[in-house]
Design a protein around this ligand. Structure first.
Ligand code: SAH
Ligand code: SF4
Length: 391
């Protein structure tokens, strides 16, 4: 298994502005050049050094000599009738990852309720790893195993490629049609913490796409120490994939629970620094006959008492061969009623992009190293040990 991209040159898109400034100084260049390049990369989403037309040719050549840009290439684009677009990107070392675009008006996709209902939102669901090592038994990505982490430049580049493509498609204005980011694509962002943190620095930078931390949500399956780090080292919002209300069921559905049990996870949520009015989103996939009874809903409400929370109920998107079923709609709404009766803010999330397999947990790249048919062949033996970095 190759854990590193073959190329030896560092990805210039992975460098925060301060580091870029140092590198340019070492090349005998003035600091303003670093900002100019950073803006090309992260505000305008330049795909290559050649695009940086206001840089002297000699500087472009010197950059290309020392660095590369691990720009993602669009391998596939699937457009759903509901406006959702799924992109499959090819990395420079021939891996495949996916991002999903979801336009909204009103509603609340990240589920914390702090968005004006009228605001038009264009959200990108971003991947953080090629595959996933956690291996949740209901999740298509989980069947892939982890091929490698994405580097910070590759994480950010999904956003840049999507912005550029959306401008081409007439969806929103250059340079940044996207308004919100959710790190809920392939992989566990907190399992690739250093790259995630650097990518956030790039994406929230005022000389880059300048996203507000209020509009960025990072999802986790429950890596407790990294939840603490996320709270201490960033200001973005937290979503937790809960999916079960007892350790015995969660152990079966999400192997990460054997390492970090529910009580520890909820404790980390209680301790998560919360800005005024913020809430933690709890994602709960409804699996028919497994976790969708009224008693589960009642336990869920009890568990969340005292945590500023919002529950996103996600009716299961069926993946052939994994052995789980979607709840019937009446069951989903009865589950919701139990939560609401107990004063829990909750919604049943509308399924998006179902006709293009872009819905939650359906992200898997066929034919590539992430092909689910390769089932865990590449998986690391310890599902929660830090994965090797791409850089
Ligand atoms: N790895 C991260 C983010 C990606 S999964 C995490 O686990 O939080 C995003 C969400 O999709 C999770 O809440 C997960 O429980 C849910 N999910 C996975 N497979 C699903 C499926 N087939 N149908 C519906 N939701 C699913
Ligand atoms: Fe990985 Fe999230 Fe899927 Fe679990 S639900 S296997 S953590 S991507």
């Amino acid at each position: 298994m190759s854990l590193h991209p073959e190329s030896e040159k560092p990805d210039l898109r992975a460098y925060p502005l301060a580091r870029l400034t140092q590198e340019l100084a070492r090349m005998g260049e003035k600091p303003y050049r670093a900002r100019q390049i950073f803006r090309w990369l992260h505000r305008h989403g330049a795909a290559s050094f050649e695009e940086m037309t206001d840089l002297p040719l000699a500087l472009r050549a010197a950059l290309a000599d020392r660095f590369e840009l691990r720009t993602l290439a669009m391998a596939e684009e699937h457009r759903s009738s509901d406006g959702t677009i799924k992109w499959k990107w090819r990395t420079v070392d021939g891996r495949f990852i996916e991002s999903v675009y979801m336009p909204h008006t009103g509603g609340d996709d990240d589920g914390d309720g702090d968005e004006p209902q009228s605001r038009e939102r264009r959200t990108l669901c971003v991947s953080s790893q090629v595959g996933c090592a956690i291996g949740c038994t209901f999740c298509m990505t989980g069947t892939m195993g982890l091929a490698r982490n994405l580097g910070p430049g590759e994480i950010a580049d999904q956003v840049h490629r999507a912005n550029r493509r959306l401008v081409e498609l007439g969806e929103g204005h250059a340079p940044r049609p996207l308004t919100n980011l959710v790190f809920m694509g392939m992989g566990v962002p907190l399992h690739n913490f250093e790259s995630l943190k650097l990518a956030l620095e790039l994406l929230l930078h005022e000389d880059g796409p300048n996203f507000s931390h209020r509009h960025v949500t990072v999802s986790t399956s429950g890596l407790v120490p990294q939840i603490r780090r996320l709270g201490a080292e960033t200001q973005v919002k937290l979503a937790v994939s809960l999916n079960a209300t007892t350790d015995s069921l969660r152990d079966q559905l999400m192997p990460v629970n054997r390492r970090f049990a529910l009580a520890d996870l909820l404790q980390a949520c209680r301790a998560f620094p919360m800005k005024q009015g913020r809430r933690i989103t709890f994602e709960y996939v409804l699996l028919r006959g497994v976790n969708d009874a009224d008693a589960d809903a009642a336990r869920l409400a009890d568990m969340l008492r005292g945590i500023p929370a919002k529950v996103n109920l996600i009716p299961y998107n069926e993946n052939p061969g994994l052995g789980f079923g979607a709840p019937d709609p009446a069951r989903a709404s009865a589950f919701l009623d139990v939560l609401v009766a107990r004063n829990v803010t909750a919604v049943v999330r509308r399924n998006r992009g179902g006709d293009i397999a872009a819905a939650c947990g359906q992200l898997a790249a066929e034919g590539g190293p992430g092909d689910p048919r390769r089932r865990r062949r590449d998986a690391s033996s310890d599902p929660v040990s830090p994965a090797p970095s791409a850089n």
